[in-house]
Design a protein around this ligand. Structure first.
Ligand code: FPP
Length: 272
């Protein structure tokens, strides 16, 4: 990562310019042994507003710069062999922001999907949506569904856009679905297991998160993927999201490769 140049600085100002894709970096991605690469990485892209304000810019300029950081990070994830990348784009709590900022984010998400889906398709990305329909702008839902349809034959990387997403909302929706099925008689209450529950999440085919990365120094989960994060490794980096890039992701993946995951088990290794 460069402290001076953000992915947006490197790409130039043209919002339609093709960005450096997978394999188009001045250095190759690190090579990982089998099993060292997390299958599912979840990103909390935090710090857009603070990054912009610290440069005397409006918060929305931070969101614009965040688009470039996201594209660069997706390219780096593909290079490293990550299979699923979840990105927290708009939470069920983000409606508390000013109406102007909410309007900007809704329009900008639609705009990003319209401009970038073609490029993501070329990179082998399947764009998917996780979140609640109610309250979300129709234009955003349509853009997400269109991007999904256009890229659904791809299987290099699933990009899961968490939009109007909340972990508690997802768990509540799954519980409501299960309760309905029990009351209809198509499911027995005694037969409800963790596996049953996981099958009622928004995207049941997506595996649990292996690595969660939050940028910008905050150390919180903020209602993100609460079920799927149960055994995830956590990384909190100080870099604000607009300055994050593929090299920053690779640094996190290298640290992840050095961690020991025990999933509640234990290793008896007495040091003498
Ligand atoms: C957090 O920064 C970032 C977001 C809430 C995501 C913004 C989402 C978009 C602009 C939608 C479309 C864009 C992409 C790239 C998919 P923050 O505003 O919380 O920053 P702060 O913590 O400094 O206030």
């Amino acid at each position: 990562m460069s402290d001076v140049l953000t992915p947006m600085d490197r790409a130039g100002a043209d919002p339609f310019a093709p960005l450096a894709g997978p394999g188009q970096w001045h250095e190759p991605a690190p090579v990982f042994a089998k099993g060292e690469v997390p299958a599912h990485v979840a990103l909390v892209m935090d710090g857009n507003g603070r990054w912009a304000n610290s440069r005397g810019l409006a918060r929305t300029e931070g969101h614009r710069a965040g688009e470039y950081a996201l594209m660069d990070t997706i390219a780096g994830a593909i290079d490293a062999g990550v299979r699923y990348l979840s990105v927290y784009t708009f939470s069920t709590e983000n409606w508390k922001r000013s109406p102007q900022e909410v309007r900007f984010i809704m329009s900008y998400a639609t705009d990003v999907l319209a401009r970038r889906t073609g490029q993501l398709k070329e990179w082998g990305v399947h764009v998917r949506w996780s979140g609640r329909q109610p309250r979300l702008w129709k234009s955003v839902i349509t853009a997400l569904q269109r991007a999904d349809e256009q890229t659904r034959d791809n299987s290099t990387l699933d990009l899961i856009m968490c939009v109007n997403y909340g972990g508690r909302a997802e768990i509540t929706d799954a519980a409501r679905d299960i309760a309905r099925r029990v009351s209809e008689g198509s499911l027995r209450a005694e037969g409800v297991t963790e596996k049953t529950f996981a099958r009622h999440l928004y995207l049941p085919d997506v595996p649990d998160v292996d690595l969660m990365i939050r940028t910008s120094g905050e150390q919180r989960i903020s209602n993100y993927l609460l079920w799927q994060l149960a055994y995830a490794e956590m990384m909190f980096v100080d870099t604000p999201w607009p300055a994050f890039d593929r090299e920053a992701l690779w640094d996190c993946l290298l640290q992840y490769a050095g961690r020991e995951r025990r999933f509640g088990g234990a290793i008896d290794a007495v040091h003498r």
